[in-house]
Design a binder for this molecule. Structure first.
Ligand code: R5P
Length: 301
């Protein structure tokens, strides 16, 4: 097996390769002055099973193009199979028409991934489980919830005064799964409204009993608005300690800063999206999905 990485998240790709007992195969990425990129794989792949690791966010379009070109290079080089490890799948939230006239971006992305020659996709915590059904190629949809459950137990947070909180109805399935993993821990679901024009979020009410500690669980943090509004509501309801777990820390400009200033005690994300060290904040801890991805690549996950 030969493992290649795009430039979006090399540290994760290196860790995955290490767990597979491999080194990353070399790739040359050349950026032209106008921003176009030329991709060249520097090892023969004829008859090889190959893997490309690339998260497709921040900047999503550029990272997608790199992934498409890498795949094309592998296909042209005669690879026997191409597995794309896309720890964060960009454009997944635009999975249907929310308002008349909108494009279904996810559909375009999936069609292109399949057209360039990818045979299998491995991804982590999709926004909705139905996203994997849009693909006609096999998709291994992994979850970081098992990793979160271990951290919760290790910190002794799986107690009766802890309530798991989903910041919106869409996360209901996720919170129920985590509750099961923690031996049916109590959970609550927040009613969230997002203004589709401004993107502004309101957390209006909460369904379920609360306790002294709340653990908010979400699939991703982008602006931090959802988490901030949820934490605000929990504070108003008398919750004393708030901890956050989210799989994908996308963290657009200002998000980490506002999390640092918030009442939230600790924020855990995974390395599906690379967070540059200089952007790190004290209360942020990054957990790795490398092991679950390596297991899936070995056919064990
Ligand atoms: C939305 O339904 C997602 O599950 C996340 O809650 C949302 O994308 C987070 O975005 P932000 O951090 O910008 O509120």
């Amino acid at each position: 097996m030969k493992i290649f990485s795009g430039s979006s998240n090399r540290p994760l790709a290196e860790n995955i390769a290490g767990l597979m007992g491999e080194k990353l195969s070399p790739v040359e990425v050349f950026a032209f002055p106008d921003g176009e990129k030329r991709i060249r794989i520097l090892e023969p792949v004829v008859g090889e099973d190959t893997v490309v690791v690339q998260s497709t966010t921040n900047p999503a379009d550029t990272n997608y193009m790199e992934l498409f070109f890498l795949t094309n290079a592998l296909a042209k080089g005669g690879a026997k199979s191409i597995t794309a490890v896309i720890p964060y799948l960009g454009y997944q939230r635009q999975d249907h028409v929310f308002r008349d006239g909108e494009a279904v971006s996810l559909e375009v992305v999936v069609n292109t991934l399949e057209a360039v020659g990818i045979n299998r996709v491995i991804t982590v915590d999709l926004h909705s489980v139905r996203i994997s059904e849009v693909f006609t190629i096999p998709v291994s949809h992994l979850s970081a919830l098992g990793i979160f459950a271990e951290v919760i137990k290790k910190n002794g947070w799986d107690t009766d005064d802890t309530v798991l909180v989903s910041p919106d109805g869409g996360g209901g399935r996720r919170i129920r799964m985590l509750s099961e993993l923690l031996g049916k821990r109590n959970y609550a679901i927040v009613e969230k409204n997002r203004d589709l024009n401004t993107g502004k979020v309101e957390a209006t009410s909460i369904e379920g009993e609360l306790g002294k500690r709340a653990i908010i669980v979400d699939d991703m943090i982008t602006s931090g608005g959802t988490i901030a509004k949820t934490a605000e509501l929990l504070g108003q309801k008398g919750v004393e300690e708030i901890i956050v777990f989210a799989t994908h820390g996308i963290f657009v400009e200002g998000a980490l800063d506002s999390l640092e200033k918030s009442v939230i005690k600790k924020v855990f994300v995974t390395d599906t999206v690379g967070v540059p060290e200089e952007k790190g904040i004290e209360k942020l801890e990054i957990l790795s999905v490398a092991e679950i991805v390596a297991k899936a690549l070995k056919g064990l996950g």
